[in-house]
Design a protein around this ligand. Structure first.
Ligand code: CAA
Length: 257
């Protein structure tokens, strides 16, 4: 049986996805994007989903970009279709109702950086390398980089990266706000385990609402966004979770969500 292009490990609703094409540094070809989309379509239906962690197979690369060999002979229409497929898949990842975290374990270039940008946050190993090197290939980012990168790091830095195509190391990625933390490869694994415990121990409905408030609120003016927060805050008092969380505090015990 052939190995899966997307490995899925499920730890009580904390799902770890590994892009598994290490010989090509996990470059995104149509088959990988298709496989990722199929997994995401299934995850979208899961009420027990608590978080998604996404990483690349091996110790060298998260994702080294869209597959250049596959793209080389594409016509403009085929390139448009390829980008549409990737954008749709990346959007599915971004809009999962739970936290989505990129564990960036090496090269994070082009389409790889664009995938990481769609995650709620990213944590990198100290050997990670970031960049949007498409201009070196005579194209521009096509999986959302020209739009999500300036929203994450500001337009000046996004223009620098997208027009020079220069690569930056993990420390610079940290400094510009592309990643939240830089850790050794071993510590990245420990981070994933700690995060799994943390998110697994929190009220799952509250975690989903926090993501919803931040994502939806960012697209609104402040007053509308604050009203959204109030609605979601009030709604969190309608279920068992709030009662259990607050009772556990008062009774000096751990909550059971
Ligand atoms: N597409 C296809 N294959 C790729 C790839 C990519 N993006 N990146 C690496 N590979 C393949 C290499 O061709 C090589 O395959 P073979 O062993 O069959 O020759 C294998 O992965 C290992 O790569 P290298 O031998 O090049 O490894 P290295 O350590 O010497 O260099 C690297 C690593 C600096 C990441 C280099 O591979 C590289 O520059 N890759 C391309 C990075 C890039 O330009 N990414 C952007 C792609 S365009 C894009 O993503 C457009 C978009 O927005 C949609």
């Amino acid at each position: 049986m052939s190995e899966s292009l997307i490995e899925v490990q499920d730890n009580e609703g904390i799902v770890r996805l590994t892009i598994n094409r290490p010989k090509a540094l996990n470059a995104l070809n149509s088959a990988v994007i298709d496989a990722l989309e199929q997994v995401l379509v299934e995850l979208e239906t899961r009420a027990d989903l608590r978080a998604v962690l996404i990483t690349g197979a091996g110790e060298k690369s998260f994702v080294a970009g869209a597959d250049i060999a596959e793209m080389r002979d594409k016509t403009p229409q085929q390139a448009r279709d390829f980008a549409a497929q990737a954008l749709r898949t990346i959007k599915r990842l971004e809009t999962l109702p739970v936290p989505v975290v990129a564990l960036v374990n090496g090269f994070c270039l082009g389409g790889g950086c664009e995938l990481a940008l769609a995650c709620d946050w990213a944590v990198a190993s100290d050997n990670a390398v970031f960049g949007q090197p498409e201009v070196l290939l005579g194209v521009i980012p096509g999986f959302g980089g020209t739009q999500r990168l300036p929203r994450r790091v500001g337009p000046a830095m996004a223009l620098d990266l997208c027009t020079t195509g220069r690569k930056i190391d993990a420390q610079e990625a940290l400094r510009i706000g592309l990643v939240n933390q830089v850790l050794s490869q071993d510590a990245l694994e420990e981070y994933a385990q700690t995060l799994t415990k943390q998110l697994g121990g929190n009220g799952p409905g509250a975690v989903r609402s926090a993501k919803q408030a931040i994502h939806d609120g960012m697209d609104q003016d402040l007053d509308s966004a604050l009203a959204l927060e109030t609605s979601l805050f009030a709604l969190s008092f309608a279920g068992e979770e709030q009662r259990e969380g607050m009772s556990a505090f008062v009774e000096k015990r751990k909550p059971e969500f």
